[in-house]
Design a protein around this ligand. Structure first.
Ligand SMILES: Nc1ncnc2c1ncn2[C@@H]1O[C@H](COP(=O)(O)OP(=O)(O)O)[C@@H](O)[C@H]1O
Ligand SMILES: [Mg+2]
Length: 267
């Protein structure tokens, strides 16, 4: 598939330098169709977060073309492209419910409808039981659930995930993995999911984009041929394990390069 500017998401020859001279991305090409679930994996420091920030419009870049639904992205953020971070910051002076209401305020929903949407999502995410708690009164897992709920309730067209479940216990992690899969599948939404967990990358996505060590470019894109209804696919099925082994090998090569580079450069 050739790159086309009117693709859902189009990134061509993207180059990002942090001052004074840290080259984070150097000529990254990538595109995504509407309705896809794509994961991105690569060694630590290869520019994954940088890429997501550029796509979210909260980081600039020096060269390249970045288009979303035919419109150029350059330091212009928009709720239609929302990021789920590893450590979501909630407003500490607002309850869980108020944090979620707040996210819906800049949408074209009436007040009543916004509340209905928020309440429905809180039930789906099983956080209705602590809706009146403040962030300080919640566990890290609960806070992350509220944060994910806030993003999904605002119904973005593209959900950008930056290792969103990496710090969570397995039960919460698995719960949120199912929620994001269901959001994608039921609502025909598009998800770009950064993770350093090979099994997670493979199990969730239709394509896994493997990045090189810094400066990050795309090393290889691995197509994952699994049933869209993932509840029909055991995590230890042959296809999942084979694809995971393949992706793991690609990443191990890059991790080795990254640590070699660290030794040579001293950082
Ligand atoms: N604000 C910044 N200023 C300078 N260097 C940065 C900044 N943010 C990230 N970097 C550097 O850019 C590279 C890519 O970082 P990042 O995108 O966070 O990687 P990843 O998310 O893949 O771990 C790293 O070498 C990192 O140290
Ligand atoms: Mg990162």
């Amino acid at each position: 598939m050739g790159l086309v500017k009117d693709a859902f998401l189009y990134v061509k020859n993207l180059r990002k330098v942090y001052p004074p001279d840290i080259l984070a991305l150097d000529g990254l090409d990538f595109q995504m169709r509407e309705g896809e679930f794509v994961s991105i994996i690569g060694p630590s420091g290869c520019g994954k977060t940088t890429l997501l920030k550029i796509l979210a419009g909260i980081e600039d870049y020096q060269e390249g073309e970045v288009y979303f639904e035919g419109n150029r992205i350059f330091s212009n953020s928009d709720w239609r492209r929302s990021v789920i971070y590893q450590d979501i910051r909630l407003f500490p002076w607002m309850t869980a419910r108020e944090n979620i209401y707040f996210a819906l305020e800049n949408k074209d929903l009436g007040r009543k409808e916004a509340r209905e949407v928020a309440e429905r999502w809180m039930r789906v995410m099983e956080i209705d039981g602590f809706a009146d708690n403040y962030p300080a009164q919640m566990s890290a897992g609960m806070r992350q659930k509220v944060g994910v709920c806030r993003v999904l309730a605002s119904d973005p067209d593209l959900v950008l995930c930056d290792e969103p479940f990496s710090a969570l216990d397995w039960t919460t992690r698995e719960f949120l993995q199912w929620e994001i899969l269901e959001y994608w599948q039921k609502n025909k939404k598009s998800v770009l999911f950064v993770t350093h967990n090979v099994m997670e990358a493979v199990y969730l996505a239709q394509r896994v984009v493997c990045m090189t060590a810094r400066p990050g470019v795309v090393k290889e894109i691995v197509e994952i041929d699994l049933d869209r209804a993932r509840w029909n696919v055991p995590r230890d099925s042959k296809k999942v394990l084979e694809a995971s082994r393949y992706v793991a090998r690609l990443i191990e090569e890059e991790v080795a390069k990254a640590s070699q580079m660290e030794r040579e450069l001293g950082y």
